[in-house]
Design a protein around this ligand. Sequence first.
Ligand code: F6P
Length: 341
Amino acid sequence: MRIGVLTGGGDCPGLNAVIRAVVRKGITEYGHEFVGYRNGWRGPLDNLTRPLDVSSVRGILPRGGTILGSSRTNPFKIEGGVEKITANLAEQGVDALVAIGGEDTLGVAAKLYDQGVQVVGVPKTIDNDLNATDYTFGFDTAVNIAMEAIDRLHTTAESHHRCLVVELMGRHAGWIALHAGMAGGANVILLPERQFDVEKVAAYVEKRFETEYSPIVVVAEGATPLTGQMVLQNQERDAFGHVRLGGIGQWLAEQVEERTGKESRTVVLGHIQRGGTPTAFDRVLATRFGLQAIDAVHDGDWGKMVALRGTDIVRAPLSEATAELKTVPIERYAEAEVFFG
Ligand code: F6P
């Protein structure tokens, strides 16, 4: 079989580990042939390919990013896009696709499967908000990077008697903020799942200062205060329609400073959370996902994605991944000091 591999959406530590596992097992155990598609769905759309063999995946296990490149291209939003992809696959003699991506990429894979394309999906996102799997690779790396940043911020906050507000990624789900905040001993953790009361945050910060302690506030980029409390100046969208990072953290630090009279600073960790080498956990998970994905291809188990359930790697219908986002459930809020309105 000739198999195309692509990575779509925001990049994520562990993507290369998946590619390596798929290609190595696919060639050495099953004798398949591979073609790498560049830049997500843009690859099969415009026939952007690169060779993918055992030597081209050597040494990539610890490398962040993706050797295939990525994009947020959605062929269903492009006139004639789907027809172009199916024609290109036939022309290139590609029998099947392994699509590695998040909600959008897997959503496209699910729809292409409905149209007869032989496809298997691998879920990825640092946000850990995909429904069908207990964890996605990249999340553990992001949490560890954020935790280390929080550890470092504690010491400088204490030296200068400041409040430090750390803005972490997570537009719709607060998993990174919750886990990194807990692991780093943050005092306030604000999630997108529920609006927070800025007055309560300020009052809590003040209380912490009374005990000679310098508080750390973790805020997910998608967290919002109670309706009416915020006028966010920095909510313009970029040319791709994404809200710019760096809005809520800056706003919150200003509000805290204004209300408490305590000097406050903001750190927006941004894409550092997505860059660089994956943790051991993510390398293992990504490799296990890759091995299961190529087994699914070999079995002709189309329209499935691989998933972690407990400690097992299983296969689930692609449609499950995109049914709804997995947000932080309310029972988890009480595990950390999380403030609401
Ligand atoms: O989905 C992963 C993610 O890193 C989100 O946490 C973040 O909101 C978004 O991607 C940022 O996207 P971009 O890199 O396109 O700015």
